[in-house]
Design a protein around this ligand. Sequence first.
Ligand SMILES: [Zn+2]
Length: 475
Amino acid sequence: MDAFIANEKLSAYTFTLEEMKREKAHVLSQAEEALLAQVGNLSQAPQTIFSMLNNADLKFPRIKDEHGNEVELTHGSYIQFLENPNREVRERAFKAVYETYAKQKNTIAAALNANVTKNMFYANVRKYPSVMEMSLYGDNIPTDVYTNLVDTIHESLPLLHRYMDLRKKLLGVDQLHMYDLFAPLVDEYKMDITYEEAKQTVKDGLKPLGKDYADALQTGYDNRWIDIYENENKRSGAYAWGAYGTHPYVLLNHKDNLNSMFTLAHEMGHALHSHYSDTTLPYRDAQYTIFLAEVASTTNEALLMDYLLNKSTDPKEKLYLLTYYADQFRTTVFRQTMFAEFEKIIHERAEQGDALTPQLLSEIYYDLNVKYHGEGMAVDKEIEMEWARIPHFYNSFYVYKYATGFSAATSFSKQILEEGQPAVDRYLGFLKSGGSDYSINILKKAGVDMSTPQPIREAMSVFKELIEQMEQLTK
Ligand SMILES: [Zn+2]
């Protein structure tokens, strides 16, 4: 292997070869690998069992809506109920959901426990020091990046507490409850944005990325990269996909609102990341990691948000935008870091030999909620069961990427807006790097060093500005 790596004729393959060599430390003998391959299906069981219970067998009770009508409570309608301006409806939905999970707590704890045990089995046989080390090894992310995220977010929790106070004030309630977190803060403010307007506004918002990026974006708009509207038998949601050698394809289900405009900016961020990497690099280096993917999409959202906030003259619109953005920080950075910390703790406890009983899981989860949301909030007892409804806990040590990705993106957008061209050049360099190096190195070259607290602190400074602006507007 070393001879291949040193061979100049193979220099185009150096990274690929080094990567093979790095992985070799955890590849076992042929007989052992054959055995492991046979337990592959078995290892899916915890996730399959949870998903069957959660998606098929679990039944929620019917609840009364704001008109007193009995209505169906489902996974999908739950979030809508939490966004209901009527507080009693929110509370009823919240309590009904967690009562339902509490009834299944032993079964779900057993499934989660089995998943952690599976992780420990693989970490052990593949000779990793811990489950966390194994989970981060694929992307070659140092565990410092993970612990650094958790520690730096801890420093910034007082900011989240300030946002919670503001939320309490805007909702006009004595105490903020867990079922008030998704309630709309600015009622009846709606932005109607057609697809044509959204395209233009996204283009205007991404102007700081320069002409080359704008041209590529226009090429996508003009050449039917995007499937725009809902249609019979079309799947929901939005994504960008494609194959090396073709242009990217984007699936949307566009509605004439703010959220859909951000979705357009987001998915075109993925599409242009692929476009730049695919047209710059050979096939073997073009595919980027998930760790990097969400950086390209979220940078676009941050730039668009900055543009909209600067353009807005209506205080009500401005407050609507600010709360939209602040909620993204809350759900993508704070909430996902809390999930990441929960995963870290339960794996450490299991690795120390503790049994992950439903009581222990609930205790850890509840304490984290108090820590993150602050003493000023009424952290309802029912929230201790939330661990039981998070599907991502069966895809261990994954959610931290949402928080790091969002932080890196906020940091990039800040640099682009403040520094201009040099930052744009570095950023385009990142978009053209695909997976030609380790994710951490690619970001570092572009000016965002995730092995330090800097990008997360930069993101938090943006969050702080939002809170200050909101405090000003609501004085
Ligand atoms: Zn995305």
